[in-house]
Design a protein around this ligand. Structure first.
Ligand SMILES: [Zn+2]
Length: 561
């Protein structure tokens, strides 16, 4: 027995006590670190995989390699990380730098060669260890706002050799933080029809009572059966007002720990389960992210520790108990929330009759719905629960439930368009309609004969739209037939109203040129430093195509010595 315990103890230690080197990595910037985002904080459909470091509201700050190593990956994309650099270090860790403005001259030359070779702005390459070696303290890039970034900042990550992101602060990256986390909402969740809180069988918000020392409590609740709780919380650090994520949450029932959520490390294939961890319906309807301190079926997140009864508590009749939550930031500042509970069994609880819709979804099965010219196909295991789905078709509009259910896999929507004129068919696309005014947004649509298909991962209203209007192309900093010898850049604005821009191609005197596209400003920019042009007179030609194939051509002549 003793031996068994020892083995158990050792394996537990080996699993949980990964030693991260504290002095190995330096800060990637030479300014005081201020964060606009912490590790594993809750984002849309994912946990944040790194630190978002503020760059003084500007682009162009020097970005240093966190340690010596080699460039193992460069990825440039219009969305996502924008311009991103990956450095592999001799100790097996990989540091990642994203939303960059540009790379250091050596890396910039390397990647431009790839771009000119492939004739695309978007590229992804994996250099070998001897191609771009990186020295200690080397400047590798300049910070920016590229890709899906909402303002200038550096996104910095450290990943282990299994591609799992780890909180960089575990490696000694230090941030001033003396403030304890804040709790802004608390909810109780009866688990099933035999449990209730204050006579409610569904989630119930409890009124928070802040105390002077920063902790919280609520009025005693009356409850019975299996109950879970959820909180909305954030952490502010010393040098900014950003509401960042917390680093650890623990819950206790009558002094016994029943759940811990520890945001130290995760893997990218589990990050989607964020939508199961938060109360997805509340997030979609009220924009508030409740972290549920209980684990429902299908939630396989590795962030949970020391779980008993999946985090639920069992409240018995005529008992007095207390549920407590301890919320901590990385620096160990902590806030407590306590919920006094009186166990009280009601004689009976009224249950409202509900009208059930026609269509039922079984989570373990393939589900197909169809009506007239529209069908929807869900692969098996797309959902966490079985449920009744709203499904309605009205001419070319598909009402597919409400966007309040987390979906793990893409589903496919098919429209039969054989009733359209042949001329119109090629201009049709499937759109998702948003908001009160039902504004259409293009969903990537493919056509096979008379069937249009689109894939989506969220419910809502979909409709067919027609786009017959070509993209627009307008010069920003030059005019036709002028001398541009002093220009460093050519800037052009491109736009497409309905289906959106699919691709663009620019040439000077017939040779492909690299134009960087920023979808946030609609700008295409060519850098004369690329040195592609030789003669004096130049013909610039840009072709822009939208998502249904309408295209526009812009041509201009300019002179340059
Ligand atoms: Zn980030």
């Amino acid at each position: 027995m003793k031996q068994f315990l020892l083995i158990l103890l050792c394996s537990h230690l080996a699993f949980s006590q990964v030693k991260y080197p504290k002095d190995y990595f330096r800060s990637p910037l030479d300014v005081t670190l201020v964060l606009s985002g912490t590790f594993a904080e809750l984002r849309s459909n994912h946990f944040h995989s790194g630190l978002d470091i503020k760059t003084q509201q500007r682009k162009g700050l020097k970005v240093y390699a966190a340690a010596q190593g080699y460039v193992s990956r460069i990825k440039i994309s219009h969305f996502g990380y924008g311009k991103a650099l990956y450095i592999t270090h001799p100790n097996g860790y990989v540091s990642v730098y994203a939303h960059l403005q540009k790379f250091s001259p050596a890396i910039e030359a390397y990647i431009k060669e790839c771009q000119y070779q492939k004739e695309t702005y978007e590229v992804e390459v994996f250099p070998s260890p001897d191609e771009l070696p990186i020295a200690t303290d080397e400047i590798v890039a300049f910070s920016g706002n590229s890709g899906s970034s909402g303002g200038p900042h550096l996104h910095f990550e450290i990943r282990d050799n299994a591609e799992r992101p780890i909180n960089p602060m575990l490696f000694g990256i230090d941030i001033d933080d003396s403030k304890a986390p804040v709790v802004s909402k608390v909810y109780a969740y009866p688990k099933n029809k035999n449990s209730y809180v204050d006579e409610s069988k569904v989630r119930k918000e409890l009124r928070l009572i802040p105390s002077k020392n920063g902790d919280y409590s609520v009025e005693p609740i009356e409850a019975f059966g299996d109950i879970g709780f959820g909180i909305v919380s954030y952490d502010q650090q010393d040098l900014a007002t950003n509401k960042n994520g917390v680093s650890n949450i623990q819950s206790f029932f009558n002094g016994n720990k029943n759940l811990e959520v520890d945001f130290k490390r995760f893997s990218f294939n589990e990050t989607k389960h964020l939508n199961r961890y938060i109360d997805f319906e509340i997030f979609k309807t009220k924009k508030s992210r409740i972290q549920k301190l209980f684990i429902e079926p299908g939630n396989t997140l590795s962030l949970f520790k020391d779980v008993s009864d999946n985090g639920y508590i069992k409240v018995e009749d005529s008992t007095s108990s207390v549920y407590k939550v301890r919320i901590r930031d990385f620096k160990g500042n902590e806030t407590w929330l306590s919920i006094p509970i009186k166990g009280k069994k009601h004689k009976e609880v009224l249950e409202g009759e509900s009208i059930t819709p026609k269509h039922y979804i079984f989570k373990d099965q393939v589900n197909e719905l169809s009506d007239r010219n529209i069908s929807v196909y869900f692969p098996s295991n797309s959902f966490y629960d079985d449920f009744y789905i709203d499904f309605g078709v009205k001419s070319d509009t598909l009402i597919l439930h409400k966007d309040i259910v987390p979906i793990m896999k893409n589903f496919t929507i098919n429209y039969d368009i054989s009733n359209y004129n042949d001329g119109d068919k090629s201009k049709l696309f499937i759109a998702k309609l948003y908001g009160y005014y039902k504004k259409p947004y293009y969903v990537r649509t493919t056509r096979k004969g008379d069937v249009l298909s689109a894939r989506s991962k969220s419910f809502g209203t979909f409709a067919l739209q027609t786009d017959t209007i070509r993209p627009t192309i307008k010069p920003v900093n030059f005019q036709d037939k002028k001398w541009l010898s002093k220009h460093n850049y050519l800037k052009v604005k491109i736009d497409d109203d309905l289906s959106g821009i699919s691709n663009y191609r620019a040439t000077i005197n017939g040779k492909w040129i690299l134009m960087e596209y920023d979808y946030k400003t609609d700008l295409l920019v060519y850098n004369f430093a690329d040195n592609i042009i030789e003669d004096t007179e130049h013909n610039l030609k840009i072709i822009v195509t939208d998502n249904v194939g309408n295209s526009s051509t812009f041509e201009a002549t300019f002179f340059r010595k």
